[in-house]
Design a protein around this ligand. Structure first.
Ligand SMILES: *Cc1c(COP(=O)(O)O)cnc(C)c1O
Length: 407
């Protein structure tokens, strides 16, 4: 493979988006491999601010709970437009504790999508409930509302739509369905903080939402962290009690809870980073637009948006039937890609007992088999996007020739 510093191969067209601000020295720097994700840059940018807050916490030894946690919770609630936010240890706990707060336990069915990260289903099982899987929409990869309706039984209590890859699920018909059938809706908002559906941010669209601040998420902590956001004061209170050993007051244990609290070091870093989230999401959107322009004429299927919602591109997932070969070609020129997620939930061994074999959820299976996640992070430069697009154009040309020769 040659020509990585030759920008004249199909991607020299002018971009309608200006992403040049991301890297002023891009044109004199030698081409370098493109990482799938670079978590170092935002920390460099915010280093002194975060360290100052951490020094304050060290001096005052207020490590769990306290002012930094309360301030971040208020800031997060305000950001998503919810009345309450409760910090917990990670996104999986946020889902689990919210499900328990909604009354999920043995014998209770919780419906969710077959194409998601495994933690969504793990949380249902940890809460004591029974996961019921349904397929996703072919184009948006978010929960199929008609399929959800068919999966409702007298034991169904909660539906968990996942705002997968950064795009909100179709919440309006889902909330209508939930209302008419007496169900609760818990948004899995781990990938879409800042995305909007019909003008409102995710995290306050359902009865509650669970968010993850795993470092690789759009708003990432410096370690593990998560939160539940909700307009329901009872759910908020129960999550807080369950995450603090079931204590409604000191040594008043009203339930078997667990230890899942947000620590001050994470809260302080998150509060600083949350102020940059919109700007970072806008950069992700600009990168996505650039990819879409540069890749418009090749055989990749590109992510599709919807007019009534925004996409914050936690992941930019394209699809191609020959993605493994494309992925290897990208890797050979130093461009990182990812697979999200290569095995749909129903085909993982711990979920085999549900009895859904291959072919059960064709859209989920197609996303799992064809999806390829391109480099995506706010500091991605125009040059990195062009190099990635060039490599993809080259690789798909090869794949298409190969396919037509065996067809
Ligand atoms: C990351 C993620 C989770 C779990 O969050 P953790 O903080 O890693 O526990 C749950 N659901 C989805 C969709 C995720 O992407």
């Amino acid at each position: 493979m040659s020509g990585w510093n030759n920008r004249g191969r199909g991607s020299d067209k002018a971009l309608s988006v200006d992403i040049s601000g991301a890297d002023p020295v891009v044109d004199i720097a030698p081409p370098s491999p493109v990482p799938f994700l670079d978590l170092k840059k935002p920390n460099q940018q915010l280093r002194s601010e975060i360290l100052a807050a951490w020094e304050d916490i060290l001096c005052n030894a207020a490590f769990v709970g306290g002012r930094y946690v309360a301030d971040f919770e208020a800031q997060l609630a305000d950001y998503v437009g919810a009345d309450h936010a409760v910090g917990v240890a990670n996104g999986t706990d946020a889902l689990t504790l919210a499900l328990r707060a909604m009354g999920v336990g043995p014998g209770v069915e919780v419906i969710t999508a077959a194409n998601t990260f495994f933690a969504t289903v793990e949380a249902i099982v940890h809460a004591g409930g029974s996961p019921v899987l349904v397929d996703v929409d072919e184009e948006t990869a978010t929960i199929d509302v008609a399929a959800t309706e068919k999966a409702i039984t007298p034991n169904t209590k909660v539906v968990v739509p996942v705002h997968l890859y950064g795009q909100p699920a179709d919440m309006a018909p889902l909330m209508d369905l939930a209302e008419s059938r007496g169900l609760l809706v818990l948004e899995d908002n781990a990938q879409a903080l800042g995305a909007e559906y019909q003008g409102r941010r995710t995290g306050a669209l359902g009865h509650a939402a669970a968010t993850s601040f795993y470092p690789g998420k759009n708003l990432g902590a410096c370690g593990d962290a998560g939160a539940v956001t909700t307009n329901d004061p009872e759910i908020a209170d129960r999550v807080r009690v369950l995450g603090d050993h079931g204590q409604s007051a000191k040594y008043e244990h009203s339930a078997i809870g667990t230890n899942s609290r947000l620590d001050a070091l994470q809260a302080a870093a998150l509060a600083i980073k949350l102020r940059h989230l919109d700007e970072w999401n806008v950069r992700r959107q600009a990168a996505a637009l650039a990819y879409a322009e540069l890749l418009a004429d090749c055989s990749l299927e590109l992510p599709t948006g919807r007019d009534d919602r925004t996409h914050v591109y936690h992941l930019y997932v394209v699809r191609h039937h020959d993605r493994h070969r494309i992925r290897e070609e990208m890797a050979s020129v130093g461009i990182g890609t990812g697979l999200h997620y290569p095995v749909p939930i129903h085909l993982t061994p711990p979920m085999a007992h549900l009895g859904h074999g291959p072919g059960s959820f064709p859209h989920s299976e197609r996303w799992a088999a064809h999806g390829l996640s391109l480099p995506m992070f706010p500091e991605l430069t125009e040059n990195e996007i062009r190099m990635t697009a060039d490599a993809l154009l080259e690789a798909t040309r090869g794949a298409d020739v190969f396919t037509s020769s065996i067809a």
